[in-house]
Design a protein around this ligand. Sequence first.
Ligand code: B12
Ligand code: SF4
Length: 536
Amino acid sequence: MEQSVLVTSPRKQFNNLDTLPMYDRSLVDYTKYNRSIGHAGVKYSMAVQATRGCPYRCFYCDVYKTTLHHFRRSVDSVFNEVKKIAELGIKRVEFIDDIFNVKAKDFVAFFNKVIQHNLKIKFFFPTALKGDLLNKEIIDIMIQGGAIGINVSLESASPRMQKVMRKNLDIDRFRENLEYICKQYPEAVTTLNTMHGFPTETEEEAMMTLNFIKDMKWIHYPYVHVVRILPGTDLEKFALDHGVPRQAINESIDKSYHEVTPTLPFPKEFTEKYKLSFLKDYVLNKERLLKVLPIQMKHFTEDELNQKYSSYFPTKIKKMTDLLKIARIKADELEVKCLPEESISVPNLETKIRKIFPEKKESSEAVRLLLINISTHFTSDKDIGEYDVLEPPLGLISLLSYVNRIFGEKIKGKIIKSRVDFDSYDELNKKIAQFNPDIIGVSTMTFHKNFFHKTIKKIRENGFKKMIIAGGPHPTTSYNEVLKDHNIDLCVIGEGEATLEEIIKKFTNNGKTRLNYNDLEKINGIAFSRNNSSLN
Ligand code: B12
Ligand code: SF4
């Protein structure tokens, strides 16, 4: 049967993010996550989102598809949330914004407030700051305010590639700023992201990037990510126009960033030599390690460091001792010990969170909404090459915080995440049976699409006949593909709060029955298929 997908009018993004509720941290069990390493490479941290969307349009990135416009919370709103987090006893905060420092004035004002209030928080920017928007004064203030994990993304040191990928970084300013941080603040843990293997990239251009890294002696964590072509991006079109076969693109999609993929414009041997030189001459350079390791040990626990280094050498390095052996460093050459876990752990976190976010009453008539995040494979699928970090699903936390505020007693929501709350399909189906949801919402990224469809199939096979709605990056960017799965009623495109509110309202008005074509076509910001069995 011909696939017939209907896309309703786009939903307007929230332009005043301060009107959204503060993310209710009691909606997931943070103690389960905090013992694991998160997005910023550290434990016991909490993620904060100060902005939505990115004003830039790099051609390999699809952030603009999930959130078209860039909006910021006010400095006060962000600061108040961070202050509350500090009151919980959390000592590490990570910003997950696409670019946290888009507006320099706000960036500086935020850190000035942190300094004024003497918040003892260490800040991490795992998604990276825009390196050419910094300057010496801004750097001084952010370091004084507690910025520790400073990530910046160069991607390529070739001016031609910068233009091609529409990143248009001011490479000289970027270099100046990074050099300043490395020299002036060696205590700051710098991460430099680069990308390798864009279609049309020449070997000379690739070497410009490697030389950029090598010229900057003291970067703590430089990375060479092999280019991954995300579906629907301009990079995908560029790759196809420049002769990269579709099959090679498809094969690369669920590979990790360190794996060599068939879309590279260089012979495999060039990339292997490139990576070897990067690892041997830079990462493992003994003089460099003897300078950066003691700083890293001061800031990170042993497992955090183990994980950082095993991301460079997944097979060879499991522990710091393996690294020292490969780099021929004796333990007594490093006179410091790793950060003890007690200094960052937070006792009684659950109780403290409860005080700030009190339990909500729920009526027996409440709509039962189960939100499932599919983003980490089950323990039994350990062969899959995903990096092993666990982060609470902030998107689902945001959705539930929002609908809880709108519907109060009339909604009973629950968030569960693969691996953390269920580690097999059986366990998931048991959780579903216990909760007995009226609606299931599932969120996923393209990387996990097969896992996502299989999960939904298992839910349906177990007899769940009510609505299943999908959202998040993959359903947003690839709804045509997602809706080929007739187990899914609809995809929510982009920001989900207001759309979910409308779905729940219509669902309640319909006497809690599955929404039909006439209902769905009136809801903005969704895609659904006429062929979907549930709609016939
Ligand atoms: C934090 C983060 C992570 C974390 C945690 C992910 C998680 N558990 O949620 C970690 C570090 C694990 C991670 C990993 C990866 N990530 Co990541 N990550 C992010 C990041 C920076 C923030 C996500 C977030 O919390 N956003 C804030 C919330 C509020 O937004 P949201 O999640 O999008 O949710 C909103 C809507 O999407 C929607 N929504 C979401 N779910 C649902 C469900 C329903 C039912 C409904 C109605 C609506 C809805 O409503 C929400 C509120 O408006 C995003 C970039 C971004 N700007 O979003 C990338 C991003 C999600 N990651 C991305 C990628 C590619 C990856 C990796 C695959 C990279 C890799 N190749 O290794 C890995 C894969 C996993 C792994 N373990 O190896 C891509 C996904 C692209 C895609 N098309 O799928 C993004 C968009 C960045 C990008 N453009 O490159 N990531
Ligand atoms: S790569 Fe970063 S700067 Fe470029 S568009 Fe995506 S989020 Fe914005």
